[in-house]
Design a protein around this ligand. Structure first.
Ligand code: NAP
Length: 311
């Protein structure tokens, strides 16, 4: 088995929570370096302040995972590809569609693997919902993604700046499930984005979708102001009257009120297994569909203003 020497760029929350332990447990990867602006140290790996220093000092490094905020992802990923590295991108894979298109073309030209990860797709319940819906049309679908931003994103100032995605940072996870399970393409028909008057990214969004087929209503409600119980649910009704309820961010599926699939989330374990396969096959996996729905929401969305947000 090939063991890939991997470096991580950006040592923030998701790197600490998922990438470090998951890479440590996967024999296909050996974490040899990290690039951290703050100089964060990780046992067994060398720390560099900038990716360019890491590439110069460790030419044996063949893979990087880019775990920074999205606004800087394109420049960092392009630099990595130019240095001959295969690249895993945290979600969202870029700040804009044209940046992502550029990365896909550049990775192909460089003969390197580019992998856009959408962690919420890596759930057994999501895969099963996709299979159940494959031969049906969807009559009704309601996404409810409501969480407390103070609890999940403390101190993350980038998330409130332009290109930081605001409530679409979690919302894009729901959209990545939507694009994965829907049997036909989905379009944003209308959107209302609510911005705190002191922020450049929305705190809430209401979306309505369309498909090419008949349907009653396809909607998404994203809100970062929910205290108490947190909600990451998608309820779907098919043309035949079957009800699917994907709950807990895609970890649990009920069909007509009965539990169908529930598996402890292993999203990042599955992401790194998939990455090892892609590297073995020298094949990129670039999926822009969830990012397109966010971009379309910003393109056609009405802008509403609400009270200032203070952490
Ligand atoms: P975070 O805690 O703010 O960490 C991001 C890290 O990136 C920072 O700690 C910093 O690390 C580095 N960084 C910040 N600004 C940078 C810049 N201008 N240039 C280069 N590096 C910079 O954010 P996070 O929650 O880990 O999220 C990072 C990405 O992962 C986001 O796209 C997010 O959507 C995604 N994600 C997050 C979660 C989650 O639960 N938090 C879950 C799934 C996906 P250094 O100081 O070490 O360089």
């Amino acid at each position: 088995m090939t063991v890939h020497k991997i470096g991580i760029i950006g040592l923030g929350k998701i790197t600490e929570d998922q990438h470090l332990p998951v890479i440590a447990a996967n024999p296909a990867f050996d974490l040899v370096a990290v690039s951290s602006q703050r100089g964060i140290k990780v046992d067994g790996a060398r720390t560099f302040r900038a990716p360019a220093d890491m590439y110069e000092a460790m030419p044996e490094l063949d893979v990087v995972a880019v775990c920074t905020p999205p606004q800087v992802r394109h420049a960092i990923a392009r630099e990595a590809l130019a240095a001959g590295k295969h690249v895993l991108l945290e979600k969202p894979p870029a700040a804009t569609i044209s940046e992502l298109d550029d990365l896909a073309a550049f990775a192909a030209a460089q003969g390197r693997v580019l992998f856009t990860t959408w962690h919420s797709q890596y759930n057994a319940a999501v895969a099963h919902a996709r299979d159940l819906l494959a031969h049906h049309s969807v009559k009704r679908l309601a996404i409810t993604w409501k969480e407390d931003v103070r609890r999940w994103h403390p101190g993350q100032k980038w998330i409130w700046t332009a290109g930081g995605f605001g409530v679409f940072d979690p919302g894009i996870n729901a959209l990545s499930i939507l694009t994965e399970i829907m049997p036909t393409p989905v379009f944003v028909r209308s959107a209302e984005l609510t911005f705190p008057e002191n922020c450049d990214a929305p705190i809430a969004a209401s979306l309505a979708f369309a498909t090419n087929g008949p349907h009653d209503s396809l909607t998404a409600e994203f809100d970062w102001r929910q205290t108490g119980p947190q909600t990451w649910d998608i309820v779907i009704e098919t043309d035949e009257g079957t009800e699917l309820r994907l709950a807990n961010g895609g970890a649990r599926l009920e069909v007509n009120g009965e539990l169908d699939v529930e598996r402890k989330p292993a999203e990042y374990e599955d992401i790194y297994h998939r990455f090892a396969q892609l590297l073995r096959d020298n094949r990129s996996l670039v999926d822009s569909a969830p990012l397109r729905l966010v971009a379309d929401s910003f393109l056609i969305g009405r802008r509403l203003t609400t009270e200032p947000f203070h952490e």
